[in-house]
Design a protein around this ligand. Sequence first.
Ligand SMILES: Cc1ncc(COP(=O)(O)O)c(C=O)c1O
Length: 418
Amino acid sequence: MAGRRLTLSANSVLLCLKVFSGAESLSIRDRIMAMQLLPFHRPEVTDDEIQSVVETLRSGWLTTGPKVKRFEQDFAEYLGCRHAVAVNSGTAALHLALEAIGIKEGDEVIVPTVTFAATAEVVLYFRATPVLVDCLPDTLNVDPKQIERAITAKTKAIIPVHFGGQPCDMNSILELAKHHHLKVIEDAAHALPAAYQGRKVGTIGDITCFSFYATKTITTGEGGMATTENPEWADRMRMMSLHGISLDAWDRYTDKGSWYYEIIRPGYKYNLTDIAAALGIVQLKKSDQFWQARHRIAAHYHLAFADLPEIQVPASIPDIQHAWHLYVIQLNIERLRIDRRDFIQALKSENIGTSVHFIPLHLHPFYRDGFGYKPTDFPQASAIFERIVSLPIYPSMTETDVRDVIVAVRKLVKEYRR
Ligand SMILES: Cc1ncc(COP(=O)(O)O)c(C=O)c1O
């Protein structure tokens, strides 16, 4: 069992104390489990965030208003982009981005198979087709050569996903897009803050979409942001995020407020609340500090696993800043007497929480059955899926937490080495 966590006997003491005190609201088992396991993720929320949210709650203005405006301005300034449109999820940002560039029924949009559901499902909202492509074996980012092979006369856009926070090969992707007149909508759900050859992610493609879901590098609970240099797309996304009503109707949310508005298009209900933005404003201020902490943890892991041929650590391409949202190791299963599923289970027995990013889309019933995709269509992603394990990486991990992860991984490798 990893050193610092409660031992069985300490748990037993706790259990006895709780039983005898009779003051049990959580189940004892839940409580003990919570105290033992190093969770895969824990959001960084301190009194600063709580105070900011409470101020907003007391202000009398809960929905989209001054805090959202401030969050957008701060975000645009942080990245150095012209426009930032806040919405209530990363999925909403992706949906609005595709709408803004004019995706229509019958269009094709190229999407990596190694991603979360959202990246492809937003294409289906338009009755357009997400065309899945394979990844590179080292970074797990989309393979530009496979993008090129997938381009047809119907292709309208590419959605590169900066997997785990490591920027994709944007030079190749932008070159392909230029050559074939395609738009590039970056899925940067993992990539704040990240940079590619000196350019911050959020200032590179046509539109970039961020997520502030609870596990992301900064969070608003649920939330997202779309960034772009194009004022028409920004206006369009802002308008469509609030029922497609005229932009000046947003003044309803200021002291210029008026009862009058016009519906320009049938839009969506994707606006962010001021409550969420109050959290986001404070989190954004800490984004670099959070990154430093994750970067340090990644460096510890790299060093600690460098001598283990059974573990492949994440590859880093030169001249990028990796956001380190995820730290995904690949198990060289040929060298181990344990498969990925049991490795995760064994880590759990060592009280280390982990996850898997991602089950490639082509292996899910909807894409497998609906599109007839086979594992052999995506040899890299299919093979990698059997090997990947995401280790905990978040700022509040103590040195002991990081050490516990390292000790547990090394212990299992030693135990199950062929
Ligand atoms: C790669 C990727 N894209 C998009 C999303 C969607 O973000 P949200 O949950 O904010 O809608 C996620 C969320 O996990 C993600 O991991």
